[in-house]
Design a protein around this ligand. Sequence first.
Ligand SMILES: NC(=O)c1ccc[n+]([C@@H]2O[C@H](COP(=O)([O-])OP(=O)(O)OC[C@H]3O[C@@H](n4cnc5c(N)ncnc54)[C@H](O)[C@@H]3O)[C@@H](O)[C@H]2O)c1
Length: 353
Amino acid sequence: MNPIKIAVVGVGSISRAHIESYRATPETELYAFCDINETRLRYMGEKYGITRLYTDEAQMLAELPEIEAVSVCTWNSAHAPCSIMALNAGKHVLCEKPMATNVADAVAMKEAAEKSGKLLMIGFVRRFGRDCFLVRDLIRNGSLGEIYYSKAVNIRRNGNPGGWFGEKSRSGGGPLIDLGVHSIDLVRYLMGMPDAVSVYGTTFCKLGDRRNIKTPKKYVASSRTDHDVCDCEDLASALIRFDNGAVLSVEMSFALNTADETNNIQLFGTSAGVKMDGGVTLFGETDGYLTDTAFDGKTGLDFDEAFRREVGHFAACIRGKETCINTADDGIALMKILTAIYRSAEEGHEVTL
Ligand SMILES: NC(=O)c1ccc[n+]([C@@H]2O[C@H](COP(=O)([O-])OP(=O)(O)OC[C@H]3O[C@@H](n4cnc5c(N)ncnc54)[C@H](O)[C@@H]3O)[C@@H](O)[C@H]2O)c1
């Protein structure tokens, strides 16, 4: 069978993970790039030896009907228009997370996929991490017992990437939609996809993007400039209650005066708890003694490998060999949770879904 011809729309930072993964996937052929930033487009074309370069997605789709699938790696507000355009042209789409910046756009994307009969897969890449496979196994085998509480924390002290990440009209929000989307999705996935029934959220916009701070930033958007607008939250916290009775506590920041820069997920069960912080540790008890079990390093998160698996799954789904696990419905469910948290923060009370 001929390899699947792939176009990448938006060739900024994260596109490299998609591009490298397609290069490593024999079922796919990197075929064309599209970006509204012509300088970046030419640079990436040269770097990866791609000569079909477009600044306009519609023109690319019209001139290259042989394209079979598209990776959408644009900033968040362009996910919906770029995905819908590709779906309407009969292409399969792998869209980066978050699915969109609001629920209506996410639903419109799903409708476009249904109308075209093409695959719309959402880039929840953490589901393809080795740590996720391990913890899923532990949960399936009953090692955790009943999971009734969970906690996801991704706290950056000075980590607003700038560029579009801080600008609400292009990002849809700050650390909650950017980082929280990964954690909330992973917790739901590990817990067997319970539905959220209510959320209580708070957001704060106090420190901005710390553009005058002299300490170097860890995360810098490729599109960062000295004139960036920063109008998103820099801290978000929320409690999410699920229909199985479990609760997830979320804390996400781009900027916070804290000593604890942390990025981890913990699930607390009746038999044991588990912490995912790159590696995986199980906290349980044996014969009346508390035990900490650290798993072999090879079970930890490797992002490059996770992206290769994600892209491999996308290709296998297109060829009918696998059934998509990152569905449009999952993306919509996440958008509903995220927007409910923002609404709760704005209105100052719990929001039911
Ligand atoms: N899965 C992950 O772990 C992960 C990590 C980082 C970023 N992301 C997601 O990937 C996406 C891109 O993030 P990034 O860091 O690469 O941003 P980036 O700014 O580096 O790249 C985005 C690119 O999209 C281009 N673009 C915007 N609108 C376009 C349009 N209509 N047509 C063509 N090109 C367009 C921009 O010019 C830019 O080059 C975001 O949605 C982000 O949330 C995911």
